[in-house]
Design a protein around this ligand. Structure first.
Ligand SMILES: *Cc1c(COP(=O)(O)O)cnc(C)c1O
Length: 497
C-alpha cells in the first residue's frame, strides 16, 4: 500500500518515505491510498492477544515494506514494563454498565502521547534504513507541554538521532517544565523560548524552511525532522488502541463481537479521534465518534455546521493540551470527505490561511453527521465533572478526560443513545494536579511537585512512578533564548555534541 498527499492525490510514496519525510513537499499530509480491512475473524483472533501483538498486527496492515518480525520486536520493546506501568498497557476501566474509560496514560510521561511516541522513533529509524538515508536525524519539537516530554523519552539515547525541544518559558505547568528540564539522555537538549507557544512554533517552522541551515547541517551529516502528529508514524500506532479497546470489551463480556460501540475523545489537533475514524473505515464496529472540545470550540461548530472558522478568541483553559484553533489533522478527514481530491482540500487550506475560514459541501456534511457527534465543555463544568465522578465512583480523572466525560453525558441526554461508550482518557490526573485539586475543593497554594504529593494524600490514589521522584530532580537544562536565537542554539547543539 502506498501513501498519497492530501493536497496532491497523484503524489505517491511508500510507507517508509511517508514516515521519513513527515510532511509532503506541497504542504499536504500523507494518507494511505486505501484502508486495509479488519474482518470479524481478524478481530476475533486479536481478542486473546496482548496489547503488543494487537499493535504489531495493525502496524503490519499499514506499513508495507517493513518486516513483520521487526514490527513485532518494536511493539514488544515499546509497550512493556518499566516504561508502561500497567501490564495491559492501555487498560479499560469500567465506570458503570455502559461506560468505560480507556486509560492511555500508563506510559513513561503519563499522557497519551506515549502510545505513539514510544513507537515513532523505532519506525523512523527503520524508515531511514529502508530509504537508504545515511545522515543522522535531528528532531525539532515545539511543545506546549505533553508532546515535548513524550518525544524526549521516545528518542532518548536512540542511536542516529538527536532531539531538541523548545518550550514557551512561561507557558507550561511546573510539572511539565521540570519533567522536561530534568530529562536524561546523551542526545537531548531542552531550551526555553522567551514568548508563548506560537512564538516557539513559528521559530521552529522558520528553522525548518531555512535552506542555508539545511545545507550546513547536510555537510555535517544531519537533517531535520519533526515528531508532531502530522507524521503518519504517530497516527498508525493510535489506531491500535481503538481496536484493542473493542477486543477488551468482547473479552470482558461488555459486548458481543459485532456490536457497535461509541467512543468519546477529548480533541485538540484532531489526531487522536482521527485514528478512531480510520479504525471505523477499516471495519471496526463504531456507531458514533463523539468529538469533545473545551471552551475552544472550533471543532464543535464545524461538526454541527460544516463551517470551520478560526476567527474567534483563543482561551487558555485547565485542559491546555486542547487549547488550539487550527486542528492540523482535520485535513486528513477533509481528504476522505472530498473523494480524495487534493485540489478540493488545497482550496479549503488556502481559504483557511487567507481568511481563517472554510465551509464544506452538503455531501461532506452528511458524512460527518453519519459518524460524528460533538460537544464542548467549559471550565466550571470540567471541574464539576472531576468532582462528580470522584464523589460518585471514587475514580479520579484529569481535566481533558473530564471534558470528554461531560460531553458524553450531554450527548446521551440529547440523543437518547445509550450504546456502550468508551471515554478516551488522555492523561494521568497527577499531570494536572493543581486543577484537579482545585476541582476537589482543595487549596492549591504550593508548587507543582508538592501538589503531586498533596493529591495523593487527599485521594489515596498512588502517584505514577515517573512523577514520584520529580521533586528530588534538579534541572539539567536552563538555557533560555529569544526566538531569534533559536537557530543558533540548534547549530551549537549539533556541533558541540
Ligand atoms: C495532546 C492531548 C490531547 C489532544 O489530542 P489531539 O491528538 O491533539 O486531538 C488531549 N489530551 C491530552 C492530555 C493531550 O496531551
Amino acid at each position: 500500500m502506498r501513501y498519497q498527499s492530501t493536497r496532491d492525490s497523484g503524489l505517491l510514496v511508500t510507507a517508509a518515505e511517508a514516515i521519513a519525510f513527515g510532511l509532503a513537499p506541497n504542504g499536504g499530509l500523507f494518507v494511505p491510498e486505501s484502508f486495509p480491512k479488519l474482518t470479524a475473524g481478524k478481530i476475533g483472533e486479536l481478542v486473546s492477544k496482548p496489547y503488543k501483538d494487537r499493535a504489531a498486527c495493525i502496524l503490519g496492515l499499514f506499513l508495507d515494506g517493513f518486516e513483520a518480525e521487526d514490527l513485532s520486536r518494536f511493539s514488544g520493546e515499546a509497550y512493556c514494563a518499566p516504561g508502561f506501568a500497567h501490564p495491559d498497557i492501555a487498560p479499560l476501566y469500567e465506570l458503570d454498565g455502559n461506560t468505560r474509560f480507556l486509560e492511555l496514560w500508563h506510559g513513561p510521561t503519563c499522557a497519551f502521547k506515549d502510545m505513539a511516541l514510544q513507537m515513532l522513533p523505532r519506525l523512523l529509524i527503520a524508515s531511514l534504513r529502508i530509504t537508504g538515508e545515511r545522515r543522522d536525524v535531528c528532531i525539532l519539537v515545539a511543545t506546549s507541554g505533553d508532546t515535548g516530554k513524550a518525544a524526549l523519552e521516545g528518542f532518548r539515547d536512540v542511536p542516529g538521532t538527536k532531539i531538541m525541544v523548545f518550550y514557551p518559558r512561561d507557558g507550561v505547568s511546573d510539572v511539565q517544565k521540570l519533567q522536561m528540564t530534568s530529562q536524561s539522555g546523551g542526545n537531548v537538549n531542552v531550551v526555553a523560548v522567551e514568548g508563548n507557544f506560537d512564538d516557539a512554533q513559528t521559530g521552529v517552522k522558520a528553522i525548518f524552511s531555512d535552506q542555508g541551515l539545511s545545507r550546513e547541517l547536510d555537510e555535517r551529516g544531519f537533517f531535520l525532522s519533526s515528531a508532531n502528529s502530522i507524521n503518519w508514524g504517530r497516527l498508525v500506532p493510535q489506531i491500535a488502541y481503538y481496536v484493542s479497546a473493542y477486543c477488551d470489551l468482547i473479552d470482558k463480556g461488555g459486548i458481543i463481537a459485532g456490536d457497535k460501540i461509541n467512543f468519546c475523545v477529548p480533541t485538540g489537533n484532531f489526531g487522536n479521534i482521527l485514528a478512531g475514524y480510520y479504525a471505523e473505515k477499516m471495519g471496526l464496529p463504531i456507531n458514533k465518534l463523539i468529538c469533545a472540545s473545551n471552551r475552544n470550540d472550533v471543532l464543535t461548530e464545524f461538526i454541527r455546521s460544516g463551517v470551520y472558522d478560526r476567527n474567534r478568541p483563543f482561551y487558555t483553559t485547565v485542559s491546555p493540551s486542547m487549547d488550539i484553533l487550527i486542528s492540523s489533522n482535520l485535513e486528513r478527514l477533509l481528504f476522505e470527505l472530498s473523494n480524495k481530491e487534493g485540489a478540493v482540500v488545497s482550496g479549503y487550506m488556502d481559504a483557511l490561511s487567507k481568511t481563517g475560514r472554510y465551509e464544506v459541501g452538503e455531501a461532506a456534511g452528511a458524512e460527518i453527521s453519519r459518524l460524528f457527534a460533538c460537544g464542548c465543555c467549559g471550565e466550571e463544568d470540567t471541574k464539576k465533572t472531576i468532582a462528580g465522578v470522584y464523589k460518585k465512583h471514587g475514580y479520579l480523572i484529569d481535566t481533558h478526560t473530564a471534558v470528554a466525560h461531560k460531553v458524553l453525558g450531554d450527548y446521551r441526554a440529547e440523543s437518547g443513545d445509550e450504546t456502550t461508550a468508551v471515554v478516551v482518557s488522555t492523561a494521568s490526573p497527577f499531570k494536572f494536579c493543581d486543577s484537579v485539586l482545585e476541582a476537589l475543593g482543595e487549596p492549591v497554594a504550593s508548587s507543582g511537585s508538592e501538589l503531586i504529593a498533596r493529591l495523593a494524600d487527599v485521594t489515596g490514589c498512588p502517584v505514577p512512578e515517573p512523577l514520584k521522584d520529580l521533586r528530588s530532580k534538579t534541572p539539567r537544562f536552563n538555557e533560555s533564548v529569544r526566538t531569534d536565537g533559536m537557530k543558533k542554539s540548534v547549530t551549537e547543539f549539533l556541533v558541540n555534541s
